[in-house]
Design a protein around this ligand. Structure first.
Ligand code: NDP
Ligand code: OXD
Length: 310
């Protein structure tokens, strides 16, 4: 049997091997850096493999991202032309992401930061109660994760809209799509949640121009990628008060450097990229299925479009 490469600094190779062996007992798993002969590798299960590593694996038939995002694969110019690219699509991760989105939407909606500050000052003060149906939540990216978050947030009675490339039909969620409708989407959004993939088209999408289209006093929640946000623009908008608060789970550089202004900014909550972590328990079955399919010449599920890069 051909060999499978495993590489990730975030995921346990032991756990993945144990789960994968339940479906493929004779799996030949090579855990980086013990790759052996790179010509044996026909399937790579990886998260952020060091750049240039694919150049030696000329028999590679499939690269499977150890997460739902695939930007870490596309940033490497040495990915073989013939290799298919697939990713995890895991309902467990969608549930985790929706929980994190709900946590942050509700924190901002229910004046969490304001009450936290009053509590620090030992002030017993009551603010006017917010109206759920009037709070407009907008989700950038209506894919596997965005759709689940949107539907769950809408269940609570928020006024929810999503923005994607193509029109979406989701109950109680207004659909905006394409560059032409981005401005209208932003104009009606009080809490902006980013669940876009990072591609050349979405890089830097949260910038001074798009931020200025959000209503004054709105909030930004980002779990897509750090590169979606132009940090200087977000920091400037937080300082003027145009943006009232931000919850960030992803950053241009991870771990976020100790000197980064986000850490100590009173209006920013920093999370260490944990909103929806990959889970061998829930996702190994689909990876085993992909390995089996690829090694028997069949097309695996969850294929990524190389041109779109998501
Ligand atoms: P999907 O590929 O399923 O969905 C992507 C969505 O983005 C689609 O709705 C797509 O539109 C939309 N989109 C892409 N490009 C554009 C564009 N140029 N203009 C408008 N809309 C666009 O991705 P997932 O939902 O599975 O994941 C999204 C991202 O979340 C991942 O790529 C990753 O970066 C991030 N993530 C973060 C995690 C964390 O822990 N922080 C965990 C997992 C993922 P359409 O449907 O019309 O094609
Ligand atoms: C992912 C992530 O893309 O965890 O799965 O960021």
């Amino acid at each position: 049997m051909a060999a499978v490469l495993f590489y990730s600094l975030n995921d346990s190779p032991k756990e993945w091997e144990q789960e994968l062996r339940k479906s493929i007992p004779d799996l030949d798993l090579r855990v980086w850096p013990d790759v052996g002969n790179p010509l044996d590798i026909e399937f790579a299960l990886v998260w952020d493999l060091p750049l240039g590593s694919y150049s030696q694996m000329i028999n590679l038939r499939c690269i499977c991202s150890l997460g739902q995002g695939v930007d870490h694969v596309f940033k490497d110019p040495t990915i073989p032309d013939a290799a298919q690219i697939i990713r995890l699509v895991d309902p467990w991760m969608a549930q985790a992401m929706s929980e994190w989105m709900l946590l942050n939407v509700l924190r901002f909606h229910r004046q969490g930061p304001e009450y936290e500050e009053l509590s620090r000052q030992r002030k017993w003060e009551v603010l006017p109660p917010p109206e759920t149906s009037e709070r407009r939540v907008g989700i950038l990216g209506m894919g596997e994760l965005g759709r689940d978050s949107a539907a769950k947030i809408a269940t609570l009675g928020f006024d929810v809209a999503g923005w994607s490339k193509n029109h979406k039909d989701i109950q109680n969620v207004m659909s905006f799509y394409g560059d032409g409708q981005l401005k209208d989407f932003l104009n009606r959004t009080d809490i902006l949640c980013c669940l876009l993939p990072l591609t050349p088209e979405t890089d830097g999408i949260i910038n001074s121009e798009t931020i200025s289209e959000l209503p004054a006093g709105s909030y930004i929640i980002n779990a897509g990628r750090g590169q979606h946000v132009v940090d200087e623009c977000l920091l400037a908008a937080l300082d003027t008060g145009h943006i009232a608060g931000a919850a960030l789970d992803v950053f241009r550089e991870e771990p976020l450097p100790r000197e980064h202004p986000y850490w100590l900014h009173p209006k920013v909550q920093v999370w260490p990229h944990v909103s929806a972590q990959s889970n061998a328990d829930s996702a190994a079955k689909q990876v085993a299925d992909a390995i089996t399919k690829v090694f028997s010449g069949k097309v695996p599920n969850n294929l990524v479009d190389r041109d779109r890069q998501y």
